[in-house]
Design a protein around this ligand. Structure first.
Ligand code: NAD
Ligand code: MG
Length: 342
């Protein structure tokens, strides 16, 4: 069985005499900084000169310094910068400001798992990774709840890294929902696999392919949109609340029979073989190398793929149909909230 920690398991006092730096004020950064401050933790936010987030963080009542100053002042440094930027910022602004016994924390294991950030031996390295977007980490905390989190320790020269990570998870609200013990390897590899194969990559491609198949067969794009995209949320909500069997209980027997007999023909052995291949590329570092290389090389292919996705017919049809359902847009996460500022 997995080890899951709750509020009673965390000792918040281990954070009482620590100074925490939150580097970055985007999706995760703003949520961690504000939750820690509300939990009474001594926190400062490290941002670039000229960052538009400086004003936002200052208005929110937080102390803002440069990244290097924050790293120097604090003895617990949470790195909430884009994964592609962490290595350069670590070498320029964090490493020179580390002292023995400091702790560096991550919200995703990517840079440690793939060797882009290698901390000195006398520094604790741990992860507190909320399993949800930053705006939810903040909102659920203010509502008295929390987003589940994963914790892991990869370096523990002080012997206190685990207790520190758990206290941090507690202070941002994670222990209210459950904090799962994992490793940097497991978190990084399962996170990448999930987003590539199921949550983002697999799902987007499934929706687009279903839509294209219906439209290609002469059906109205609007029908295809409702069928392949709009209804998805209703089905996912049922799965989220009651599992796959619970979802099947709520749909018609016609839908259930089609699900059970046709689903395995779509996600067939060839698809499963490709899933294992994608997992292999994650495990052997091929994906990480490709992604970091793409971004460092200017990201032309990345941008072209993103633009092609935006130009897909399902987006045009969807934008029109959603404009007739303003209540959907009213509940949406604003892009600015989700992705943070600069
Ligand atoms: P983000 O892009 O929303 O925010 C990044 C912040 O870093 C911004 O404030 C940006 O201005 C700042 N920044 C960018 N480059 C910088 C640089 N060179 N120097 C200084 N500041 C710089 O990022 P995020 O989505 O919050 O991700 C942060 C970390 O959290 C990543 O490791 C990510 O994998 C992890 N994570 C994110 C989510 C999520 O919901 N977004 C969930 C779990 C874990
Ligand atoms: Mg993820």
């Amino acid at each position: 069985m997995a080890t899951i920690y709750y509020e009673k398991d965390a000792d918040r006092s281990v954070l009482a005499d620590r100074k925490v730096a939150i580097l970055g004020y985007g999706s995760q950064g703003h949520a961690h900084a504000l939750n820690l401050a509300d939990s009474g933790i001594d926190v400062r936010v490290g941002l670039r000169e000229g960052s538009s987030s400086r004003a936002k963080a200052t208005e929110a009542g937080l102390k803002v310094t440069s990244v290097a100053e924050a790293a120097a002042e604090a003895d617990v440094i949470m790195i909430l910068l884009p994964d592609t930027e962490q290595q350069a910022v670590f070498e320029a602004d964090i490493r020179p400001n580390l002292a023995a016994g400091d702790a560096i924390l991550f919200a995703h294991g990517f840079n440690v798992r793939f060797g882009y950030v290698v901390a000195p031996d006398d520094v604790d390295v741990a992860m507190v990774a909320p399993k949800g977007p930053g705006h939810l980490v903040r909102r659920t905390y203010t509502e008295g709840g929390g987003v589940p989190a994963l914790i892991a320790v990869s370096q523990d020269p002080t012997g206190g890294a685990h207790a520190l990570a758990l206290a941090y998870a507690d202070a941002i609200g994670g222990t209210r929902a459950g904090v799962l013990e994992t490793t940097f390897e497991e978190e990084t590899e399962t996170d990448l696999f999930g987003e590539q194969v199921v949550l983002c990559g697999g799902l987007s491609a499934l929706v687009q392919a279903g839509f294209e198949t219906l439209v290609g067969a002469g059906y109205q794009p609007e029908s295809a949109y409702f069928e392949c995209l709009h209804e998805l949320k209703l089905i996912v909500d049922l799965m989220y609340e009651q599992g796959i069997s619970g979802m099947r209980y709520s749909i018609s027997t016609t839908a259930e029979y089609g699900d059970l007999t046709r689903g395995p023909r779509i996600i067939n052995d060839a698809v499963r073989a490709e899933m294992r291949k994608v997992l292999g590329e994650i495990q052997d570092g091929t994906f990480a190398e490709e992604f970091i290389g793409e971004v460092r090389g200017g990201g032309a292919n990345f941008t072209a793929l993103r633009e092609a996705g935006k130009a897909h017919q399902v987006e045009q049809v969807g934008a029109e149909l959603r404009s007739m359902m303003p209540w959907i847009a009213a509940g949406k996460v604003r892009v600015e909230d989700a992705s943070g500022g600069d």
